[in-house]
Design a protein around this ligand. Structure first.
Ligand code: KG4
Ligand code: ZN
Length: 358
């Protein structure tokens, strides 16, 4: 079964054709990062307009032969309303014009399904004896997550730990009470004067820094599987102010002009280490409580090497990490989840499908 996936929930316009939920036949992603860079973050109206310009050429490039497409899957929740609308309107129109069944999918859940794609990689302990490397590709080993599995979703909009019992049944065990972890990376990068998106910039800068230089607090939550990154972000801001000899009345957007590269590197490394430790602590806690068969880490921040290393070192079983390009937003993960949705529920009436921003 060949499914066309369409993804426009934030600032990537993407379309991909995936066969039987794992084999990627085409994968087109047009990123708006360069457009939003100038503003230090995603501008929703600009994002929606850019999706309008990109969506038809992107779908055209992804689909070589419409006769081969069995169904269309589209992200309809959660995301920016204007962005979601472009993908959903396109998918509804194509479903009607090309006479294809239509399946709506959830973006956060789709991130998790990136680990079912052939290109997904697994980084973990104890590789099988016949594997010299500790990075195994699924196509080589045919290893996919086994139910029940735990999923840690870490992106710019979401930070959640989920328990998947099967394709139809999952539960959110904990989530962020304020900022998503990717959002915290992006905001901290802004304070430090590092380019958007903050995750990759902080990760690069942290390579030259001393992660022990600044001791940042770890939040205590009522539900130990919930997250909070707002306090960590503010603690980082206070540490920058203290290092620069300024108090809270000094404009935070000017602090970057007072920092040198050595300070930037140390702040990046200290922040990254603490944020990744918080994520790893909670994942370990959930692992001990639920004893899952597999662990999946997904979303843009799953590309972070420090996070991969901490999870690799501390979790007792191997975790599934998608290849870096399938950690950030893409449509292959949407088509992959669409396959399992199509197997388990009837298609949606294109006239009735709505977007659900949150
Ligand atoms: O999953 P994604 O592409 O979009 C959302 O659904 O939000 O995630 C984007 C987020 C951004 O906040 C970005 O800074 C972060 O993922 N990110 C990273 C890395 N690459 C992307 N964070 C930490 N380390 C990275 N290497
Ligand atoms: Zn995403």
């Amino acid at each position: 079964m060949k499914i066309l996936g369409i993804e426009t929930s934030c600032d990537e316009t993407a379309a991909s054709v995936v066969e039987d939920g794992h084999k990627i036949l085409s994968d087109i992603v047009v990123s708006q990062i360069d457009i939003h860079k100038a503003y230090g973050g995603v501008v929703p109206e600009v994002a929606a307009r850019s999706h309008i310009e990109a969506i038809i050429p992107v779908v055209d490039k992804a689909v070589k032969n419409w006769d081969e497409i069995d169904a269309i899957a589209v992200t309809h929740t959660p995301g920016l309303i204007g962005s979601l609308l472009i993908g959903v309107l396109t998918a509804k129109t194509l479903a009607l014009v090309k006479n294809k069944p239509l399946y709506p999918v959830n973006h956060v859940q789709a991130h998790v399904y990136a680990s079912f794609l052939d290109s997904a990689s697994i980084l973990g302990k104890e590789p099988p004896a016949d594997q010299a490397t500790d990075v195994l590709t699924v196509s080589e080993t045919n290893i996919i997550p086994q139910f029940p599995f735990l999923a840690l979703v870490v992106s710019g909009g979401h930070t959640q730990i989920m328990l998947f019992r099967n394709h139809r049944n999952f539960e959110i065990l904990g989530q962020t009470r304020d900022d998503a972890v990717g959002e915290a990376f992006d905001k901290v990068a802004k304070v430090l004067g590092l380019p958007y998106p903050g995750g990759p910039s902080i990760s690069k800068s942290a390579k030259y820094g001393n992660a022990e230089k600044y001791h940042l607090p770890e939040p205590k939550m009522d539900n130990p599987l919930d997250f909070s990154f707002s306090g960590l972000k503010t603690a980082l801001l206070r540490a920058v102010q203290a290092d620069c000899g300024k108090d809270y009345t000094f404009p935070s957007n000017q602090l970057k002009t007072l920092l040198n590269d050595a300070q930037r590197h140390d702040f990046s490394a200290s922040f990254q280490k603490t944020a990744c430790k918080v994520l790893t602590d909670k994942l370990l806690l959930a692992y001990e409580k639920y004893q899952p068969k597999s662990i999946v880490v997904a979303g843009g921040v799953a590309a972070n090497e420090e996070l991969r290393q901490q999870i690799n070192e501390r979790l007792p079983i191997r975790a599934h990490f998608p290849e870096a390009k399938y950690c950030t937003d893409n449509a292959a993960m949407v088509a992959c989840l669409g396959y399992y949705v199509a197997k388990n529920q009837p298609p949606t009436d294109p006239f009735k499908l709505e977007v659900l921003p949150s």
